[in-house]
Structure formats: C-alpha cells, structure tokens
Ligand binder design. Structure first.
Ligand code: ADP
Ligand code: MG
Length: 729
C-alpha cells in the first residue's frame, strides 16, 4: 500500500508492512516523527531493528505483603494511591513527598526526597507500579525513592502483573522518553512480526537451534530471561553474517563465471629470466608467494590475490615478477601506488632492475599530467597502443583517459585503506570473449597492514590471501621508546650521537608549517610542523649535519631532489610529514623520531616505523615516539606500538582498540555495516556462516532458484551496494 496517500476516515487499522512509515503508529505526530528520524528510525523495520543497548534486571511484582523488607532486595508492587502528603523542607521545593499505596494484601508507604514535582504527578486514586528496596519503618513496609510508573486505567487492565524480567534499555534521544520508545517498539513488533518472512531456510536456523527471525525480534525486545536475548542476538548476528557471506561468495562466483583473464604460464626459461633481474636471492617465503601468484596467473580465471607482508618484507619483487609474466606474453602490466613519492621510488627501483632489458617502463603521476600535456599525450598513446609494457603510477592511472591496449596484470600497492583496495580497479575495456565473459586483468593487491586473522573472512572473503612471513636476512628489529614531550630535547641531543656514527634519521611531524592544516586535513594549531622543526634541528645539530624537509605540497622535482639527497647521504636528517609513511626505502636511515605520536593511528605508526632498519646492518634501529596521550585509546596505542614489532600483532591490537567499524573506517572502506554482529567476538558465528554459505552458492550462484528467492532479495537489499553485486544478477 502506498504510504501517506490515504485520507480515509475509516476506523479500520491500516495494514502496515515493515516498510511503512512510523508515523502510522499510535501517538506519532510530526514532533515525535522528527525525534525518531533523529535516531535513524523511519520505518517499522527500522524501529524493530533499534535494539536494546542493555537490559535492566527487574524483579517480579509481588503483593505488598510479600515484599522482602531487608532494604537490599529490589522488589516491585502495584497498588492504588490512598493518601499523599507533602512535607516542605527549608528551601522551597526541597522536601519529601509521601504516599500510601494499597493493594489486596497490604499497605506500602512510599517516600521520595527532594521531589516536589511529584505533587503535580501523583494523586490519590492513581494506580501506580513501584520498584525499589523495601524496609520496615514504623512497623510498615516502606520504599524510599522507588522508581515509579503510572498505570492508566487501561494499562492496569492490560499490563499484566510483571514477572521477573529484563527490561530493555534503548539508546534514545532527548525528548523521546524510554517508555514511549519502548511502547512504539512493542506496537511495531505486534504489527510487523505476524507477517514477517524469515529469509533464512529453516533447515539452517533450526539446524543451529536458532529462533525464527520473528521470534528473535520478539525475544531481543521482550526477553523473559537472559538466555532469550542472547539466543535472539545470536540469530540476528548470524543473519547478518550469513547474508554477508552469501554476498561475498556470489561476488567471487561472478568473477569465476563471468570474467576471464589472459592465461600467463611461466615456463622454466621465463622464470629464470625474471629471477636474473633480482639483485638478491629470494627468501623461502617470497618464493612460496611467487609460486602462488604464478599458479593463479597460469589460469584464465582472473586472479584476485592479496599479498600481505609486514613493512620491509620484500613485496615489490613479487609485483615485478607478476608484471614480467605479463610482459613475457607481450601484454601490459600496471602498478598503482598510493602516493607520488612511492610511485617515483618504485619506478626508480624497478627501472634499475630492468636495466639492460628492452622492457618499456613508464611513470604516470598526477603532477606529471600537468607538467606538459605533450608528454602526457605521448604517455597515454603509448598505453593505448601497447608501446608501454609496464606503467607505474598513482591514482592517475584510474582516470578515464587511461586506456590500456591489453592489460593483463594490475597491481595495487600498499593499499591499507581497505575500501580503496577493492574499488581501485583499473578501467576495464568492456571487451567480452566468445562466451560473453568480460575480459579483465589479473589483480594483485599488496598491503603491509595485515588483515587480522579474525577479519579475513569478512571483507576479504573474495580475495585469496598470500602471506610473507619474516624479512630478508640480516634485518634487526627496531628498538622502541615512548617518551613524553618533556624529554624531546634529550632525544634530539641523543640523535647527535647516532648521526656521529654515520646513521641517518627521519623526524616525523603532523604539519607542514605553523599556518597549515595537518596532512590529514584537520587544523591543529600548536603542533610541531616541518618548517619549525627543521629550523630547531639545524640549531641543535650545528653545521656538521644537514637537515632536509619533505612534505606533500612540495613540487615533484624538488621532492625528488630532496629524496635523492637523503638517499645519497647528503642530508642526514629528513623532517617529513606522513608522506613518507608508505614505501619509502632508504636503507641507511636507522633512526626515527615521531612527534605527537598520539595523534597517529596504530597502523600508521607501524608503517612509519617500517621506514627504518631496512638495510642489512648490525646497527639496531631506534624509533622514538614522543607523545602526550590524553585518552585511553591513545594510551593503548602507545603501549601497543612499544610492545611489539610484529605487524600482525599490531593489526590485532588495532582492531581491539578501535573496533571493527573504525578499523575499516566503515564509510570510506565500503565495508558493509554490521549492526548486531561484532567482530572478532562473533568469529565462531562468522565461520559458521561461511561454511553455510559455500554450498548454497556452489549449487545456485546467482540465487535464482525459487527456493532462494527471499534470500536473493535480502542479500541484495542489505549488501548489494556495499559489495557491488549490481552485475551479479
Ligand atoms: P615492502 O614489503 O615493504 O614493500 P620492499 O619490497 O620495499 O618491502 O623491500 C624492502 C627492502 O628489502 C628493499 O630494499 C628490497 O630491495 C630488499 N629486499 C627484498 N627482498 C630481499 C631479499 N630476498 N634479500 C635481500 N633484500 C631484499
Ligand atoms: Mg612496498
């Protein structure tokens, strides 16, 4: 039925569906509607999905005579007010309000202190329900400051005497009282549940001993005992996780069934040729991952692989290996990095490894595109005609203008912003093969922010994951120190000692100059900045050492000069913003000092720290976190960063501190929101859902079988957009 269009005067209650507006509920006028909207509640479905934040234990209602009078046990009773009395105190409204409550079994005396307002609320003849601790006073049972609830005549008839029960406590907003909200939810339940369809096949839910969807909603809002709402919560969480798993499995099946990529088999000769390019022996772990990648690429089923390896574990050569397999087949490859600095560095390092080959390597960045359109035009043409074999670039690669002739391998590097990882697909050419499958490149994503194991089944369910464990030989783990701002000058004094030994150092600060916003974009006056810090260091360190500066606003050629100077050892200290966060690789740099460390995220700090100790050296790298943590989270981050150098542990700790929503930054990541399920707490349910989803999708990957019609609908409704299931059908 169309909403809000009828002006019918008939008394028959309007049939309401989960999608109906809450304005049709009793007592919801424009004002209340606004308040509900403020809570994100628009429809009845929203209302029944507005779950209690917790439950209050409420004792059973008993006859007055049976109240336990030990002044400890909470009891409740109901009766009619027989008498009231106001005893004014010295100061106006302060004073006590007393009432006598009577039921069939006895009389209860009630007293509220400093509650003058009750004079306008409670009157003789009212039916009242009270709850509180009861004691004996002057021979009578008495409750002091009990909670109370007025029952209207109608309530008194319909509201049954209360059993011991858990009362839901809802998140609400000012102006919308708890009882009103609870009443609306209860009305919505009555209207919606009788016709609510359960999207999950009963063989699943019954098999897991779970209530139906309608039962679950009833129990979570109106639990009779604690186990009820736990069982209900479990069902609702499973519901979400199963739909998510189905969506992920569908997406994966879509790739297998509807997409095709060029097979790139690695012959022994090709493999040898590629390995000759590497200036070092690969570690066992790198070899294992290369074998996994090569096996994927040998196939026309598009690869979707994530390589996770801690900072400095040596991921770049893996990307190069995959790209050279494409080149060996006379096809193209692309490598996309998150910053220009990193793209430039990849370009330099890869071009060194390709010295002496005829592989045509190109660099494409944003600043380059403005630096002369002729050059850019030539670049675009080379990409489109296939005279560029490998293109390294930034996000500039994903723009419309870039069309590859025959892209076979697309690598996305250092994508620890997870959503971007999934969306940053290079433009596809809309070509199809004879079987109607879309031609796509193989995708390889590399990250140094490992996915906590507990999350690998959620958003990454459609990726295969390879892990590099360990680091190239000779690496010494960093020594970590967390110190307060008051120790900063000591730290800089000590820096001199390290520089005297021939080491180089990074100093990381949150801002570029005193007038600027942080690189993160939020204004934060009073923080250390590049300009002032460099100035200060020049004074402290004297003329023996040279201090360079780098940040995101520096023009490209200047930035390259600064980086080259630092790499060559011409400058000794590099003061930088977080532009150096990812990828920057200067083996001789072994000291890092991070100012205002409390302002950075845990993953970010770990990334930054990964810039030092990259050379095989006997020197122990040192990372100093100067910080003034003022929140519990910041404290926890400082503890965590100092406690371990293991990126996997850092990721787990980060997840614990931030919770999943913030870990992903749900909005920007495109991570489907989970309302009930909690990761990692519900990891067992997640595994269960994963196991349950698999066979269903194997049997019917688009969920087109009529028996899956309801499932199909809800999967698309809830996760279609987040997972990009639009093409899946
Ligand atoms: P990340 O995983 O952080 O991207 P890189 O690929 O930048 O790491 O590698 C870090 C450093 O280790 C680079 O200087 C690289 O040349 C070097 N490296 C990589 N693999 C090896 C290896 N097997 N043996 C020695 N050095 C290596
Ligand atoms: Mg890297």
């Amino acid at each position: 039925m169309a909403e809000g269009t009828t002006t019918s005067t008939e008394d028959a209650p309007k049939p309401l569906t989960p999608g109906s507006s809450v304005k049709h509920l009793t007592g919801v006028g424009p004002a209340r509607l606004k308040l509900l909207n403020r809570l994100g509640i628009h429809t009845l479905a929203d209302l029944i999905r507005h779950l209690p934040a917790r439950y209050e234990d409420q004792s059973a209602e008993s006859g007055i005579k049976d109240l336990v009078q030990d002044n400890k046990t909470v009891g409740s009773a109901r009766g009619v007010i027989e008498a009231t009395r106001w005893q004014a105190g010295q100061y106006g409204r302060k004073g006590r309000f007393m009432a006598t409550l009577k039921d069939d079994t006895g009389t209860l005396s009630l007293v509220w202190f400093n509650a003058g307002y009750l004079r306008e609320k409670l009157f003789v003849g009212h039916t009242l329900r009270v709850q509180g601790k009861c004691k004996t006073f002057n021979g009578y049972p008495q409750m002091a400051n009990p909670k109370w609830e007025l029952l209207t005549e109608q309530d008194a008839e319909t509201k049954p005497a209360r059993d011991a029960r858990l009362r839901p406590v809802y998140p609400t907003t000012e102006g919308l009282s708890a009882p009103v909200l609870e009443g609306l939810i209860n009305e919505a339940l009555d209207r919606v549940l009788p016709t609510l369809e359960d999207p999950l096949p009963s063989e699943l839910t019954a098999g897991h001993n779970m209530p139906t969807l309608a039962e679950a909603f009833r129990l979570i809002h109106q639990p009779a005992e604690a186990d009820d709402h736990k069982a209900a919560r479990r069902r609702l969480a499973y519901n979400e996780l199963l739909l998510l798993q189905l969506g992920i499995a569908m997406k994966r099946a879509y790739v297998i069934n509807k997409q095709v990529a060029p097979a790139l088999p690695a012959s022994v000769t090709i493999d040898e040729h590629i390995r000759e390019r590497f200036p070092f022996e690969l570690t066992d772990s790198q070899n294992k991952v290369i074998a996994e990648i090569a096996a994927d690429l040998a196939n026309s089923e598009p690869m979707n692989r994530l390589v996770q390896g801690d900072v400095g574990s040596g991921k770049t050569v893996l990307a190069l290996y995959a790209m050279l397999l494409a080149v060996a087949e006379k096809k193209q490859a692309a490598l996309m990095a998150p910053t220009e600095l990193l793209a430039e560095q990849h370009h330099r390092c890869i071009s060194a490894m390709l010295q002496g080959t005829n592989v045509r390597l190109r660099l494409m960045t944003g600043s380059q595109s403005t630096s002369g359109s002729k050059e850019r035009q030539a670049l675009l043409e080379g990409i489109a005609t296939g005279t560029a074999d490998i293109v390294i670039g930034t996000q500039a690669l994903v723009t419309d203008a870039v069309r590859f002739k025959d892209l076979a391998v697309a690598v996305v590097d250092e994508q620890h912003r997870f959503g971007v990882m999934q969306k940053a697909r290079l433009r596809e050419n809309d070509d199809h093969d004879e079987q109607g499958r879309l031609r796509v490149p193989h995708h390889l994503v590399m990250t140094a922010t490992p996915i906590p194991r507990t999350l690998s089944l959620t958003i990454f369910g459609d990726l295969d994951v390879s892990t590099i464990t360990g680091k190239p030989p000779g690496r010494v783990p960093a020594q970590n120190r967390v110190v307060g701002q008051d120790k900063a000058s000591e730290v800089y004094d000590y820096l001199k000692t390290r520089l005297a030994r021939g080491e180089q150092a990074y100093v990381v600060v949150p801002m570029i100059d005193s007038s600027s916003d942080t690189e993160e974009g939020n204004n934060a006056a009073g923080l250390r900045n590049v300009t002032d810090t460099a100035e200060m260091l020049r004074k402290v360190l004297g003329k023996d050492y040279s201090v360079a500066e780098v940040h995101g606003r520096l023009p490209r050629d200047e930035r390259e000069q600064v980086m080259a100077g630092f790499r060559a050892g011409e400058s000794h200290v590099l003061v930088a913003t977080t532009v150096i966060e990812v990828g920057v690789d200067v083996p001789n740099a072994s000291v890092m000092i991070i100012e205002h460390a409390e302002r950075f995220g845990l993953a970010q700090l770990h990334q930054l720290r990964g810039r030092i100790g990259r050379g095989a050296s006997s020197r122990r790298p040192l990372c100093v976190f100067i910080s003034e943590p003022t929140t519990d989270d910041a404290l926890a981050r400082m503890d965590a960063i100092a406690s371990t150098n293991d990126g996997f542990k850092i990721a787990e700790l980060d997840l614990q501190i931030r919770g999943m929503g913030d870990f992903f930054g749900t909005r920007q990541s495109g991570m489907p929101p989970l309302r009930v399920a909690q990761i990692p707490e519900d990891i067992d349910l997640l595994k269960l859902a994963h196991i349950d989803a698999g066979p269903r999708i194997e049997e019917d990957w688009q969920l087109t079988d009529p028996k899956h019609a309801r499932l199909h609908k809800v999967v698309h409704q809830q996760y279609g957009e987040a997972l990009g299931l639009i093409d899946v059908g």
